[in-house]
Design a protein around this ligand. Structure first.
Ligand SMILES: [Ca+2]
Ligand SMILES: [Ca+2]
Ligand SMILES: [Zn+2]
Length: 236
């Protein structure tokens, strides 16, 4: 188990966040070992005007879905706003559209209320549930350490926060206050299911893989230059 903790204090006074990542060995199966990696998205106050989304940088772990794999996932919308399933699908398909729509199954499975997004149970599940303070969402990926192939993912959105759907679905006329747009955050989390990693520098704050989210944020709906370079590099 590896843990990295980094405290970030932004001196203008309001933001105090903590980044942590952990890798856990789940179990050994035949000659390979499955590991679990969880990505956590933390709340920050709005960043103001974002930088350009033409910034071309990404971070990639080396872990990936196997060639030819079609990934089917379930959405448990209990606790989610109306329209969440469509918003989740749009988030995944925003990435899929960059690689010829070959990875994520267009037919989203509607999950029963017992399926949750943080369990290694043979199903890729997106759900809403209670997470810790300051955490917007968490995505977990299970993968083989030897082949670096992904076995399963899960995603949980924190019900401690309000969630909504951007009125026009584009992000240009955001109307929600004190709520996170489902598609905006889901597009970031979907990037983690591809094993793209968080970016934290100020210059990357308009990219989808920027590691923080804030109320009213909608620019992660569309991919920036670095995001597109990332998925095309991982899934050429
Ligand atoms: Ca698709
Ligand atoms: Ca699961
Ligand atoms: Zn993230």
């Amino acid at each position: 188990m590896r843990k990295a903790l980094l405290s970030v204090i932004i001196v203008s006074g309001i933001i105090l966040s903590m980044i942590s990542s952990s890798v856990t060995v789940v179990f050994a199966f035949s000659n390979d070992v499955i590991r679990e990696k969880t990505f956590t998205t933390y709340y920050v106050n709005p960043i103001g005007t974002p930088s350009t989304d033409s910034y071309n940088v990404y971070a990639y772990s080396g872990v990936h879905w196997s060639t030819g794999k079609v990934v089917t996932y379930y959405v448990n919308s209990k606790g989610a706003p109306t329209g969440a399933i469509i918003a989740i699908k749009k988030a995944f398909e925003t990435w899929d559209g960059q690689i010829g729509n070959r990875l994520f199954n267009d037919n989203v499975q509607v999950a029963n209320s017992k399926l949750v997004g943080n369990r290694y149970d043979g199903k890729n599940v997106v759900s809403w549930g209670r997470l810790g303070q300051g955490i917007i969402a968490q995505t977990t990926v299970w993968y083989y350490t030897t082949t670096k192939e992904i076995v399963e993912f899960g995603m949980v959105f924190n019900t401690a926060y309000k969630w909504g759907i951007d009125a026009d679905g584009k992000g240009s006329t955001y109307t929600l206050t004190n709520a996170f747009d489902v598609q905006n955050i889901a597009t970031h989390e979907a990037g983690h299911t591809l094993m793209l990693e968080d970016l934290y520098t100020q210059a990357t704050n308009a990219l989808t893989m920027y590691g923080y989210g804030s109320y009213g944020q909608t620019y992660a709906l569309s991919l920036g230059a670095g995001d597109i370079s990332g998925i095309k590099a991982v899934y050429p």
